[in-house]
Design a protein around this ligand. Structure first.
Ligand SMILES: Cc1cc2nc3c(=O)[nH]c(=O)nc-3n(C[C@H](O)[C@H](O)[C@H](O)COP(=O)(O)O)c2cc1C
Ligand SMILES: CCCCCCC(=O)C(=O)O
Length: 341
């Protein structure tokens, strides 16, 4: 289903390391996957589920399944068709692509695919320029802004440092970073990012605001107080703070803190339909996948991404049936155990 080895064979080794790698000793990168490996599903039987229904509503978007595409940078490094190919697959699958601010194609061009798009934003210290980018996303028809809040500075990615991979090759650029003069600006991680930045953004756009990178329940409560529309429990795929808690391990406390007032999404380490089921059972409304989509894009362009998404759909559908649920909302934490020893 996901041909990670095939993607590795195709990619320039430095580009493979950029996509696959994490920060520091990559403990958090590994922990995301291991956290799913520790959980066991405790299925219900004789529930007469019949045909399953995976449809999920999120922030006014109707998705055919509770699986979205996480924002990841530089799709044209993986495949010449870039983000447009990823968006075609999202449209065909009936799900959302979260377009990275570091996309290598303009969001307006990505939107021509008809895909449901959300736009990921690193708020820039230059607020006027941030507004320019927000207006670009709005004009393209993006349905939400995903503000990445786990990156006041850039994570220390030791593979990239070893490889000297610090910039895109010539001919590729972060196309959504053009200013009013058409000049492409560098993405700056804002060390001063704070709840004030979120309040400012709230005053500048009517789009729903999703915070990506929340792990602490106290921040989840603050997000509710600040009028945020949804949260993504995420450690940035282990690429920012190495040693950070695995997303799945952080999920239950965030869900409890939010108390049903907002949708809580999760990313990090989701590789199988059974992982999706576990995250939903522990309270996520939906999940996002990052690297598996990159591997699909590398090996097969839009078809490759589609195949990854359809694989997850089929696996989730089967897992629901085998666990005794007809729809995601029927899942509860009682279906998940962590065996001792
Ligand atoms: C190659 C790569 C690029 C990424 N680029 C971004 C980005 O531009 N913005 C962002 O908020 N997160 C970015 N992320 C983090 C993802 O959105 C997501 O949190 C993570 O990939 C989920 O983990 P997974 O890869 O295990 O599914 C990136 C992740 C990867 C692997
Ligand atoms: C200076 C370019 C920044 C791209 C950031 C992409 C990203 O978030 C990642 O994890 O990589």
């Amino acid at each position: 289903m996901v041909d990670e080895a095939g993607a590795r064979r195709r990619l320039d080794p430095a580009h493979w390391d950029f996509f696959a790698g994490g920060a520091g000793d990559e403990r958090t990168l590994g922990a995301n996957v291991e956290a799913f490996g520790r959980r066991r599903i405790v299925p219900r039987v004789l529930r007469g589920t019949g045909e399953r229904d995976l449809r999920t509503g999120l922030l006014g978007c109707e998705l055919t399944m509770p699986v979205l595409i996480a924002p990841t940078a530089f799709h044209r490094l993986a495949h010449p068709d870039g983000e447009v190919a990823t968006a075609r697959a999202a449209a065909a699958a009936g799900t959302v692509l979260v377009v990275s601010m570091a996309a290598t194609q303009p969001v307006g061009e990505i939107a021509t695919t008809g895909a449901l798009l959300w736009f990921q934003l690193y708020p820039q210290p230059d607020r006027e320029f941030t507004t320019t980018v927000v207006r670009r996303a709005e004009a393209a028809g993006c349905r939400a802004l995903v503000v990445t809040v786990d990156s006041p500075v850039f994570g220390r990615r030791e593979r990239d440092l070893r490889n000297g991979f610090l910039d895109l090759p010539s001919g590729l650029a972060c196309e959504n970073m053009r200013d009013a003069d058409g000049r492409i600006r560098d993405i700056v991680m804002d060390e001063g990012l704070s709840w004030d930045s979120i309040a400012w953004l709230r005053s500048r756009t009517h789009l729903p605001i999703v915070l990506k990178g929340v792990l602490h329940p106290a921040d989840a409560r603050l997000a509710v107080e600040h009028g945020v529309d949804a949260l993504i429990v995420s450690n940035h795929g282990g690429r920012q703070l190495d040693g950070a808690i695995a997303s799945l391990d952080a999920l239950p406390a965030v869900v409890e803190a939010v108390g049903g007032r907002l949708p809580v999404l999760l990313d990090g380490g989701v590789r199988r339909g059974t992982d999706v089921l576990v995250a939903l059972a522990l309270g996520a409304t939906a999940v996002l996948v990052g690297r598996p989509v990159i591997w699909g894009l590398t090996t097969g362009g839009a078809d490759g991404v589609r195949s990854v998404l359809e694989g997850l759909r089929t696996e989730l559908d089967r897992a629901l049936a085998l666990a005794g649920a007809a729809r995601p909302t029927e899942l509860g934490a009682d279906l998940v155990a962590v065996p001792r020893g």
